[in-house]
Design a binder for this molecule. Structure first.
Ligand code: GDP
Length: 459
């Protein structure tokens, strides 16, 4: 990926109103921009200067703090200027327009999404896993997710990956040195304990994978579809599940009709609950908007990790239940929940059956809710380890898995009598490439483009 050093600027704070709002600029040298914005003042690096932000004709747009970070001691590794004004959308747009105007003759342009962080990456301020953690920290929907994103941002995840890369390189060096002296090949594996070293690397990799996989759960969460007829207790169950933990409601943008999910958390794992209340058969009486809504909800159902089918333990299933359940995607685990056992007299219990796991509970009386929570965590694959986790992405897990496969093949070569050392070395190299792709030491440009384009502008 080419390093474009032309100066860039953007509003760095979230859209909307806030106490303060920040316009940020970055470039190889911002001296001309600063000179043109503040002709009478010298901004000392890393000092806050309270100053009027004036437009070209001298009228004051806002007053606030100007902060100048001289390269390379900045977020991006370039010169960075931050103007902290008041956080109103219009005033910030005016301030940004002023900055762009003042810098135009020096090539200043609006930043692309993620461009500040991309520059930080290209200038070695962050590696790729850390850059991704910036976005994940910003997007974290639970406290546990935020903590592990911050753990990855601090470089802890990158460090363990680096250690794996180093161990692999060391082993490769040993093998490749031996390849140059074929007469020593025969007992190389014994002498150098190459098999033992490889087993050690595989063990460490397994450990990192487990922590990363648990961290990925915190990021991705579980998509849960909640179905059931009116009045079986869907809202009551949601409240009971959210319990003492903070329920974070994140309606999907749009009208009420569009609202298809909300998020609660169990042990820090976000559960995106997809509400199917709006699902009914698509027939001629339905208008276009509702039809789109229903189709979209079915689209969400298709992405479900688990379906919770809620029934009234007193009344049993209705014909409408059977119709909806018949339309569920095949292969998605179903938990059939019999609610209101306080009325029916059942005991809270989990029963495995061929069609689904059955759980008897009462949302109102909080009976058996712990059974459902445990079942959801089990389906999610959550294991309480007490270790700090790395907020990993699917991309990282795929790379770790691929590295593991190459190491396994290497181990097979090492186990063979003919000691195919060159193949052993080649598998180590492939494993190393996979591991390096996590931190970005070996990552194709198009993948970098995809990763950074998912950031918002200003990050
Ligand atoms: P929804 O339409 O499926 O969302 O159902 P609600 O959560 O609104 O509940 C419908 C009614 O059932 C309300 O009056 C609840 O108080 C009641 N209800 C929910 N859970 C229980 C329960 O476990 N026991 C009893 N007795 N009533 C319940």
């Amino acid at each position: 990926m080419k390093l474009d050093t032309s100066p860039i600027a953007a509003i760095a704070t979230a859209p909307g109103r806030g106490g303060i709002g920040v316009v940020r600029a970055s470039g190889k040298s911002l001296a001309p921009l600063i000179q043109s914005l503040f002709p009478d003042v010298t901004l000392a690096p890393r000092h806050a200067t309270y100053i009027p932000f004036a437009s070209n004709d001298g009228s004051v747009i806002d007053q606030g703090l100007a902060l100048y970070f001289k390269a390379p001691h900045s977020y991006t590794g370039e010169d960075v200027l931050e103007l902290q004004g008041h956080g109103g959308p219009v005033v910030l747009q005016m301030l940004l327009a002023r900055v762009l105007e003042a810098g135009r003759e020096h090539g200043l342009r609006l930043a692309e999404p993620g461009e500040f962080t991309r520059r930080a990456y290209l200038n070695d301020k962050l590696d790729l896993a850390q850059a991704e953690a910036v976005a994940d920290l910003i997007d974290a929907s639970t406290e546990a997710a935020a903590k592990s994103a911050s753990q990855s941002l601090s470089g802890a995840f990158s460090q363990v990956v680096h250690r794996l890369v180093e161990q692999t390189i060391n082993l490769r060096m040993l093998v490749e040195a031996t390849l140059d002296f074929p007469e020593e090949e025969i007992d190389f594996l014994e002498k150098s304990n190459a098999r033992g070293q490889l087993a050690g690397i595989i063990d460490s990799l397994e450990h990192v994978f487990r922590q990363a996989a648990q961290g990925a759960l915190l990021r991705e969460g579980l998509n849960v579809v909640l179905v059931g007829q009116p009045n079986v207790g869907k809202s009551s169950l949601l409240n009971a599940l959210a319990g003492a933990e903070v329920a974070i409601v994140t309606p999907i943008a749009g009208t009420t009709r569009d609202k298809v999910s909300e998020t609660i958390q169990i042990e820090g794992i976000p559960l995106n609950i997809i509400d199917t209340a709006g699902i009914r058969a698509i027939d001629e009486g339905i208008d276009v908007v509702e039809r789109i809504g229903i189709e979209r909800t079915w689209g969400e159902v298709g992405k479900a990790d688990v379906i919770l089918h809620l029934l009234d333990a007193n009344l049993g299933p209705s014909a409408a239940d059977e119709t909806i359940v018949a339309a569920f995607p095949i292969g998605v685990p179903v938990v059939r929940i019999w609610n209101k056992i306080d009325l029916s007299g059942h005991r809270p219990v989990v029963e495995g059956a061929a069609d689904a796991t059955h759980i008897y509970l009462s949302a109102n009386e909080m009976l058996g809710i712990d059974l459902l929570r445990a079942e959801l965590l089990r389906i999610a694959g959550w294991q309480q380890t007490g270790e700090s986790l790395y907020l990993a992405r699917e991309r990282h897990l795929i790379a770790l898995r691929a590295a593991r496969q190459h190491l396994d093949v290497a181990a097979q070569h090492a186990a063979q009598d003919d000691q195919s050392l060159d193949l052993f070395a080649e598998e180590l190299r492939l494993a190393q490439d996979q591991l390096s792709s996590i931190t970005g030491a070996f990552t194709p440009d198009d993948l970098l483009g995809v990763i950074f384009s998912r950031f918002c502008i200003g990050k």
